[in-house]
Design a binder for this molecule. Structure first.
Ligand code: HEC
Length: 399
């Protein structure tokens, strides 16, 4: 009963997180494109940087952007912040419900680092706070005064963080923490920089003063960062469902690095296209290169177990079933015994020989070719047992 309830809460929180995220990313894409596409018009108020005409939903929109602000405070002003806050709040709740509630199966992998759960969760939370401060300091430092310099130094900071995450947490844990950190930075950009800056502008307007343009410049810089970070952050969230991305412990941080590079290039193509510049089509093949490298890393870095020699003595099913019984069936059963699981994860069950045989290739993928299963190796499967599973499957998985 309580487990079913927890699963429902998990689903509802995830649903809200994804919907808020769609709204946030949608407005980010929209405003960056709008900003890039503004055209100057000398007949407009000199404070207007540019205007845009758009058609949508049965009417025409005429949008003008005032830099830094109009002369008067408008009566109705729409703020864009709850999409960002909502995404973060529900995302963090989901992180707690999944990873922090069950750190030993999701966040920790003793094969990477055998940290106690009471160390892992505070460490993960602290890294989010520290990561934000490091990024924010970087933006305000000498590095932040030049876009290229900031992009390169920010990328180095990201590499160090991803390396650290993948050497402390499980593969999945490291990927989700990377996404959580980048998402935290994006939401904090809104909460700590963009919105407070806009509040100061509004306050000086209300006092009848001319607002300081610095707030607009800083807000724009951070909102551009957020825009470039959207694609990779979504990747980190989705990759959790694809063991081949994170299960290769050795190279997984480089796989992520490649994805970050590819996403920046793709995002850049869209941003320049929206700015009305001639789109540089070379960016697409350029983005394909890091993706291809990521694929190569995922194949080369696979922490595969040796497969018991297929030509050697045949491996009997009788040798295989007890392994699955002991290492997998605690979770993968019609009635899982492992606390917190109401039903077999992803519907994968190994209760009967027929079920095992039918899912032989998946067992190969999850427990032999990658070490994605058992989660966090909580049931302490051995290398020999993985090799036995692999051998039996490569011999044709006969009952
Ligand atoms: C602690 C519980 C637990 C144990 C033990 C466990 N699994 Fe899993 N398994 C899960 C969960 C949870 C998922 C769903 C993961 C997700 O949502 O991506 C899963 C998913 C799977 C999948 C489906 C993967 C996919 O993406 O379609 C396979 C196959 C699998 N496990 C095989 C195994 C094998 C083989 C073992 C034993 C060697 C094992 N599992 C041990 C919890 C467990």
């Amino acid at each position: 009963m309580t487990d079913t309830l927890l699963d429902w809460i998990n689903l509802l929180v995830r649903w809200t997180h994804v919907i808020a995220g769609i709204a946030w990313i949608g407005s980010s894409f929209y405003f960056i494109a709008l900003d890039a596409g503004l055209t100057p018009n000398a007949r407009l108020d000199p404070r207007v940087k540019g205007e845009a005409w758009q058609v949508h939903g049965g009417g025409f929109y005429h949008i003008q952007k005032y830099m830094v602000a109009p002369e008067f405070m408008p009566a109705h002003l729409t703020w864009f912040k709850w999409e960002a806050y909502g995404t973060w709040i529900f995302g963090f709740a989901l992180l707690c419900l999944t990873y922090f509630l069950n750190p030993s199966i999701y966040l920790i992998d003793p094969a990477v680092l055998d940290i106690p759960t009471w160390d892992a969760v505070p460490l993960a939370i602290a890294s989010l706070v520290l990561g934000w401060f490091a990024y924010d300091r970087l933006c305000r430092s000498w590095f932040g005064q030049d876009t290229i310099r900031l992009a390169l130094s920010g990328f180095v900071l990201l590499l160090v963080t991803m390396y650290a995450y993948t050497h402390v947490f499980s593969g999945r844990g490291a990927f989700i923490m990377t996404g959580a950190l980048v998402g935290t930075i994006m939401a904090a950009n809104v909460l700590m920089i963009i919105i407070p800056g806009q509040r100061k502008v509004v306050a000086s307007l209300l006092r009848g003063e001319v607002p300081d343009p610095i707030h607009g410049i800083v807000a724009k810089q951070r909102s551009v960062h957020n825009n470039y970070l959207t694609l990779p952050v979504v990747f980190t969230m989705l990759s959790n469902h694809y063991a081949f991305t994170y299960a290769s412990a050795r190279w997984s941080w480089l796989i992520l690095a490649c994805i970050f590079i590819a996403s920046f290039l793709v995002r850049h193509w869209f941003n320049t296209m929206h700015a009305g510049e001639k789109p540089d089509w070379r960016l697409w093949p350029a983005a394909a290169v890091p993706v291809a490298v990521a694929v190569a890393f995922s194949v080369l870095g696979q922490k595969s177990s040796a497969i018991a020699n297929a030509s050697a003595a045949p491996i009997a099913f009788a040798a295989v079933q007890p392994i699955l019984q002991e290492r997998c069936v605690t979770c993968h059963s019609a009635r899982p015994r492992f606390g917190g699981f109401v039903e077999a994860p992803k519907g994968v069950m190994f209760d009967t020989p027929a079920q095992i045989q039918k899912q032989a290739q998946q067992i190969m993928q999850q427990a032999v070719k990658t070490h994605a299963m058992p989660l966090g190796n909580i049931t302490r499967i051995t290398e020999e047992e993985r090799a036995t599973l692999g051998g039996w499957i490569s011999q044709g998985a006969r009952l």
